[in-house]
Design a protein around this ligand. Structure first.
Ligand code: SF4
Length: 159
C-alpha cells in the first residue's frame, strides 16, 4: 500500500447483525489489532466518510437507512461488507424480513466472509478498500480534469 493523500474516514453501520461481527470490528480498533495505524479515523458522519463498513444482512428496516447513508457519502467512496450475513444474508437469508446481502441495495466493493469475520480478515478488507479508494480518487480527479477542459460536469464515479 502506497502513501495516502489523506486519512480515510470510516463509518461502521450494523444492518441487522447478531453483533458478532460488530464485536470483531470493535476489536480492530483496540491496541491489539490497531486499525488506526493505517491513518483511519472512525466517524459517525456519512458526509465525512470515505469507507462504509457494514455488518449484517439488509432487512426491511435497515434498507432505507443504508441507502440514505450511501447517498450522503461523498464520491469517491468504498463499501466493505463484513461477515457472511453482509455478503449474502448468511444464516438469516431465508428469514421473512431479510432481503439478502448489502449488495441487494447498494454497490459493494469488498467482501469479507466469515461468521464472525475475524479482525485480521476485516483489516485485510479495509487495506484493500484503502487501495481501491486511492484508485477511485485518481480516476475521479482525471474525470474532473477532462470534464473541466471540455466544460462538462462530472457526476460521482458510482452514480
Ligand atoms: S456473519 Fe455470523 S457473527 Fe456476523 S452478523 Fe452474521 S451470524 Fe453474526
Amino acid at each position: 500500500m502506497g502513501k495516502l493523500a489523506k486519512s480515510p474516514w470510516l463509518l461502521h453501520y450494523d444492518g441487522s447483525s447478531c453483533n458478532g461481527c460488530d464485536i470483531e470490528v470493535l476489536a480492530c480498533t483496540t491496541p491489539v489489532y490497531d486499525i488506526e495505524r493505517f491513518g483511519i479515523i472512525n466517524t459517525g458522519d456519512p458526509f465525512q466518510a470515505d469507507i462504509l463498513l457494514i455488518t449484517g444482512g439488509i432487512n426491511s428496516q435497515s434498507e432505507s437507512v443504508v441507502k440514505q447513508i450511501y447517498s450522503q457519502m461523498p464520491n469517491p467512496k468504498v463499501v466493505v461488507a463484513v461477515g457472511i450475513c453482509a455478503c449474502t444474508g448468511g444464516i438469516f437469508k431465508t428469514c421473512y424480513n431479510i432481503k439478502g446481502g448489502v449488495d441487494t441495495v447498494i454497490p459493494v466493493d469488498i467482501y469479507v466472509p466469515g461468521c464472525a469475520a475475524r479482525p485480521q480478515a476485516i483489516i485485510d478488507g479495509v487495506v484493500k478498500a484503502l487501495a481501491l479508494l486511492e484508485q477511485k480518487r485518481a480516476d475521479y480527479a482525471a474525470q474532473r480534469r477532462s470534464a473541466s477542459q471540455e466544460g462538462g460536469i462530472v457526476r460521482g464515479a458510482d452514480q
